[in-house]
Design a protein around this ligand. Structure first.
Ligand SMILES: Cc1cc2nc3c(=O)[nH]c(=O)nc-3n(C[C@H](O)[C@H](O)[C@H](O)COP(=O)(O)OP(=O)(O)OC[C@H]3O[C@@H](n4cnc5c(N)ncnc54)[C@H](O)[C@@H]3O)c2cc1C
Length: 397
């Protein structure tokens, strides 16, 4: 089917795609939003919203719908490999992705985007090789959706990305596994998010994020950057659930719940690497573009921000295909330095002694604690902290 009236087709209705569709449709552009799933649908995640996510939601006018369904917390406790706790104060929320993504998806439809449930198969390319829309499969039949601008927001899986971007990397930057659990002994509660840099997981970590009804999203993230080393994530999560490791000892044994189909794992694409970000007629946003931070694995905020960036460039544009090229340049200009800093932090954090030293110093110096807090709250550029000079300053200040 031809779609003569469509300005932008957005492929993928996760946080990145729904945010882009919302802002584009709200500005009066004719938007088709495609996803292979029907909503609500789950997405394997830690369910934590850190300050960048909250800021993006507020900016887009999507905050109230999320806030009323999320658990509010104001403390993230990071444990070093030796178990030294660093308290990072800030505004956080924990909300199940099944709920969160549906709120954003509905917001895009309310703003005027038209939804098509269909699986995206490949791009339509004009004779010059520029993207001119997508081919989708619906009920066993292929259809074309033509548009001057295609926004690819299909998440971390590499196969579909590769069809749009021949140079894209299909391997994962990391893997994570999560489950939903409650304390085995009743009456215990938690008022904070935990991230624990367990020695055998470095440069990854274990997490426990208490959500609504005091049900924890609990999991293990492993940045597979260490070549030749394999890790059984399921066994690592078993250990955490049975109360072992720094975080396990702090939480005590946990009991699984029926939420979220038991253990679920997924790959991550991090570091703003692995895709070309865009070209004429195409903008690649969210996890497809690697907008999840290395080391922290937090990606919802920057996925939404990338949706905001493409919408900002497209609204009012007289040359929608060109937005793909402008978007690529804008993303690099706004974010390359920050993502480079996180990639470098991931390399440093393989050294457990360094993580312990930073945690030790943060407990003795309010200045260092303030610096670390400002990285999470994004009041300062993490590059200043995660450089060699920055680490030296952290240890000596
Ligand atoms: C285990 C785990 C824990 C995490 N924890 C956190 C956390 O606590 N906080 C945080 O900020 N980030 C976390 N992240 C990262 C976060 O999940 C991602 O950064 C975020 O989901 C990216 O959003 P997105 O819209 O780019 O992609 P997605 O959320 O993956 O959405 C992609 C959408 O595209 C659709 N799609 C895919 N292929 C096709 C196709 N061929 N045709 C049609 N539709 C298609 C999918 O159905 C999906 O709806 C975690 C990741 C993992 C794996």
């Amino acid at each position: 089917m031809d779609s003569p009236g469509v300005d932008v087709v957005v492929a993928g209705a996760g946080p990145a795609g729904s945010m882009a569709a919302r802002m584009l449709a709200r500005a009066g552009l004719r938007v088709v939003l495609c996803d292979k799933a029907t909503f609500p649908r789950d997405k394997t995640c830690g369910d934590a919203l850190i300050p960048d996510s909250i800021a993006a939601l507020r900016f887009a006018g999507a905050w109230d719908g999320v806030a009323e369904r999320a658990r509010a917390l104001d403390l993230l406790e990071v444990l070093s490999p030796r178990g030294i706790a660093v308290p990072i104060r800030g505004e956080y929320r924990v909300v199940r992705r099944r709920v969160f993504d549906e709120v954003l998806f509905n917001g895009a439809l309310q703003a005027g985007a038209e939804f098509r449930q269909a699986s995206v198969k490949r791009p339509i390319e004009d004779p010059a090789g520029h993207v001119a829309g997508i081919v989708v499969e619906r009920s066993g039949r292929e259809e074309e959706i033509r548009a001057p601008l295609t926004v690819l927001a299909t998440g971390a899986e590499g196969a579909i990305l590769k069809k749009f971007d021949a140079s894209a990397r299909t391997t994962a930057s990391g893997y994570a596994i999560r489950t939903y659990a409650v304390h085995a002994s009743p009456g215990r509660a938690s008022d904070r998010l935990f991230i624990s840099l367990e020695r055998d997981l470095l440069p990854g970590y274990a997490w426990a994020f208490p959500g609504p009804e005091n049900i924890f999203n609990i999991g293990v993230f492993w940045a597979s950057a260490r070549r030749g080393r394999r890790l059984n994530l399921r066994a690592a999560l078993d250990r955490l659930m049975s109360g072992n490791g720094n975080l396990g000892e702090m939480l005590g044994p946990m009991k699984p719940t029926s939420l979220g189909d038991g253990y679920a794992g997924a790959m991550l694409r991090t570091g703003l690497t692995g895709s070309s970000l865009g070209r004429r007629g195409l903008a690649i946003i969210g996890d497809a573009a690697g907008t999840t931070y290395s080391i922290s694995g937090e990606g919802i905020g920057k996925a939404m921000e990338s949706g905001l960036v493409v919408a900002e460039l497209a609204v009012g544009s007289r040359d929608l295909p060109q937005v793909g090229c402008l978007y690529k340049a804008e993303m690099q200009q706004r974010y390359a330095r920050r993502f480079r800093a996180y990639r470098s932090a991931e390399r440093w954090m393989r050294l457990s002694i360094l993580a312990d030293l930073v945690a030790y110093r943060a407990n003795r110096s309010p200045t260092i604690l303030r610096h670390l807090t400002s990285v999470v709250t994004e009041d300062s550029l993490s590059g200043d902290v995660f450089s060699l000079k920055g680490f030296w300053a952290l240890l000596t200040r």
